[in-house]
Design a protein around this ligand. Sequence first.
Ligand code: SPV
Ligand code: MN
Length: 630
Amino acid sequence: MNYKEAILEFVNEALMSQKDVEKLYALQNEYVLKIIKRFVDLCKPSKVTVISDSEEDIGYIIQKTLSNKEERKLNLEGHTVHYDSFYDQARDKSNTKVLIPKGQYRSPWINTMDRDEGLEEILEIMDGCMKGKECLVRFFCLGPLNSKFTIGALQITDSFYVAHSEDILYRKGYEEFKNLNGSDDFFSFIHSAGELIGNPPVTKNIEKRRIYVDLQESLVLTVNNQYAGNSLGLKKLALRLAIYKANNEDWLTEHYFILGVRPKTKNRVTYFTGAFPSACGKTSTAMLPGQLVIGDDIAYLRPWEDGFAHAVNIEKGIFGIIKDVNPKNDPVIYEALTTPRELIFSNVLVKDGKPYWLGMGIEAPKDGFNHYGQWSDGISDEKGNPITIAHPNARYTIKITDLSNCDPKLDDPNGVPIHGIFYGGRDSDTMPPIVESLNWEHGIFLGASIESETTSATLGARGVRKASPMANLDFLVVPLGKYLNNHNIFGKNLKHCPQVFSTNYFLKGEDGKYLNEILDKKVWVMWSEGRTRGDFKSIITPIGHLPIYEDLKSLFRVELNKDYSKEEYIMQFSIRINFLLEKLNRIEKLYKAEKEIPKFFWDILFKQRSGLIDLQKKAGKEEITPFELV
Ligand code: SPV
Ligand code: MN
């Protein structure tokens, strides 16, 4: 049977138009065909539409997402709003599982399931899940086109909202798929929102929401959900597949933003990546006023000929938390969200065609339509918790090129050289605002020992302290030991290894108030930039390099036009020995539960502990100011 006959064997004219058959034909890829056939047979849509990179095809998606009410128009040109089910407002960690074949190691840190059992369960749920619906077949590229970084992605979905979001967030890939020359080297994502109810239409059978990752086939199946973190193949689902690929090769896939730092007094751009758990200041660091943004969520890093690690953003858009976006904290995003352009709001309040969200900085109406439905002030959920005007994890979806600080290197196939890496968490009592690692291995330790208090970006209780290695634990699909080892080898093979910094924007004083203002992070970033260029000296402590007071004082003046007192410095940068020792105990206990954690990790942990105990003995107290350490 030839390729064309193979297509015609499973599609008839009622299912797919002649034009769409031609589009599949042009790809000359039997693997693509096999997957489409397999899942069209299983999901049983009433129509299959193949979307190329053409404006006409993309226009069709936008028109349909509006006509089937997955999105509604707002007052400003190009603005739409989408709603996810009230029970589908964040990533569902407990139903996201990595399928592991029998006999293979299952890490206690990763939510795994036996592959055969998982497939049996989800394939049954997906049987007929697209009945009566139209199914879209889309092709994208993770990373810039024509690049060593590029990975092709095939998306099959019955959600026009998913297809539209991906169009804003990812690079087109239909033409690039032709360049695969028939190979199977791409990722596949099959999504169905499942049965829908209401207007706007939302997933009905939330209890059957499943997101299963099949590493063996580079395939993710996701059903009965709409929230982008659960539904969009190219976002967190592709992140998992790419982590697997990178950790079996010689590169990194990380939950990183990419930021070009431009100090006011220097004529240079220095690139940083950074990982923070969701809702811990990651996007606002990536969007720091006056700097250049390449990405806010996911990066691939590869060793490059110049001896640096080079990074690309696998996305070209931002799916950002809208809470607290206001003219003061996030002026660039606020401007973009309040002017005409193609963008999607999700789960915000709408009244008279205008969107409202938490922390917007203006008075919100007392009623309107939101993630709950028809809402008015004072309404509570079934448990009696008041429903806020918008969900705290309400989002916006926008192109990075629409932001005034978009870096011209966004689509550079060579990526950008990385000088530094930030790791941060939501930590109210332990780590200082900024610390530089003593070396690469210690940098890995800093990343591996991030702890963070949980937020609304995932379902479940908030404010619980959890370990969050490299802010990537939610997405890990290989054992932590293998992951840390891969990091170590990656850095060791670089001539110019990135310097690593730990940040904490959430440190509080004894009165429970934050010790820093939101924009102070600019100073921590500038200090780090200077450190990677050899501009500043430091104070060496067991937990790493701390900044010297005078350097911060002058950075606060130059960057923020603010005074910075010695008292503030002391409160922020004192070494809180007991808290740090307790943290080490927690980390030790957690990591002991995993096998084959590399030796360097334990060496650093034990050295740090003995260093802190020595300091405690020498000083005869629990808290030591940085001045005492000089
Ligand atoms: C995150 O939660 O880390 C996000 C949004 O970037 S989501 O798409 O939900 O993963
Ligand atoms: Mn993220």
